[in-house]
Write a protein that binds this ligand. Structure first.
Ligand code: ADP
Ligand code: F6P
Length: 321
């Protein structure tokens, strides 16, 4: 292939710019032209694309967000929308598309391939770490580090005041941000949507912690379970410690990407461009397994079932003993 395009879609994630930059530079170094599509599938349908070169991605590797902007585009969920997108790509003579996004974006890319024969490669860009086929998604490492940083600061205040705090973190239906940040930040309890939890046990643990001499108590709550205020209402009257709540929200999506996310972005982009250079067909996704970059058909990837790491969850309980 000689002419490809790249877009970012769904929620932004730290490392998306590092991935765009690597796509452009790897492609240019292999004599391929790159078009950047603005605002995900919405920009594709509207023909908002322009040539990118190595200089247009200068000074972006460390930046959060996405220089191509992103969007959620309901029109792309329709056959008409998908066909419009394909027409734009045909009009520009673009032979392959790289989509940086999560599972929704991958479904869109799969439809684009199935309905219109456009060759596509997906790079897993989402803070949620909710894709089963890859050990990690781009942005997850940075988001977890952001949460840990917040947790450290909140801990200082909770300890100074002898208080407890329920910290609500993102992740959609996935508890990985809660699990990893809870372990790294020394949370007393972690609540995730993958496993049922017992309110009585949480309250007993909080009261026992006071007896054991703990002066603060942090509960990391994944948003897929319930909101932090809702949980506070359930437990405040049953524990002997004042509870505060913090919903970290969009703090988790922005910010400079970590080393791990920048390197991962580069490795994924290099594989994606190489696949297109070698004239692959169909729709594939790239990811990481046991520190090796892998690629596979998107159909297969989306069928894989996520397995929550129960062993790590049980370890977290031991660490908060
Ligand atoms: P993410 O990619 O982060 O999971 P979304 O689920 O919001 O984010 O999906 C991003 C976009 O991908 C949607 O706004 C829509 O344009 C497109 N998309 C999602 N699901 C499909 C689908 N089943 N068919 C076609 N396009 C889809
Ligand atoms: O998928 C990333 C994510 O931040 C989820 O963790 C969260 O549930 C959702 O996006 C929030 O989406 P919005 O940008 O529409 O508020």
């Amino acid at each position: 292939m000689r002419k490809i395009a790249v877009l970012t879609s769904g929620g932004d994630a730290p490392g998306m710019n590092a991935a765009i930059r690597a796509v452009v530079r790897c492609a240019n170094s292999m004599n391929m032209e790159v078009y950047g599509i603005e605002r995900g599938y919405d920009g594709l349908i509207k023909g908002r694309l322009s040539r990118m070169d190595s200089r247009s991605v200068s000074d972006t590797v460390h930046k959060g967000g996405t220089i191509l902007k992103t969007a959620r585009c309901p029109e792309f969920n329709t056959e008409e929308g998908i066909r419009k997108g394909a027409e734009v790509l045909h009009a520009y003579g673009i032979e392959g598309l790289i989509v940086i996004g999560g599972d929704g974006s991958f479904r869109g890319m799969n439809d684009l391939n199935k309905l219109c024969g456009i060759t596509c490669v997906g790079i897993p860009g989402t803070i949620d770490n909710d894709l089963a086929y890859t050990d990690f998604t781009l942005g997850f490492d940075t988001a977890v580090n952001t949460v840990v940083d917040a947790l450290n600061k909140i801990r200082d205040t909770m300890t100074s005041h002898d208080r407890a705090c329920v910290i609500e973190v993102m992740g959609r239906h996935c508890g990985d941000i809660a699990l990893y940040s809870g372990i790294a930040g020394g949370a007393e309890s972690i609540i995730v949507p993958e496993l049922s939890f017992d309110i009585d046990a949480i309250c007993n643990k909080m009261n026992m912690n006071i007896i054991k001499g703990k002066v603060s108590d942090i509960i990391v709550l994944a948003e897929g379970v319930c909101g932090c205020e809702e949980l506070k209402k359930e437990i405040q009257d049953r524990v002997k410690i004042t509870i505060r709540t913090v919903k970290l929200g969009y703090l988790q999506r922005g910010g400079t990407p970590s080393m791990a996310d920048r390197v991962f972005a580069a490795r994924c982009a290099d594989r994606a461009v190489t696949l297109l250079k070698n004239d692959m067909s169909g729709a594939r996704v790239v990811g990481i397994k046991k520190n090796s970059i892998i690629d596979m058909p998107v159909d297969e990837a989306l069928k894989e079932k996520r397995i929550f790491n129960k062993e790590m969850y049980e370890m977290a309980a031991k660490l908060s003993f």
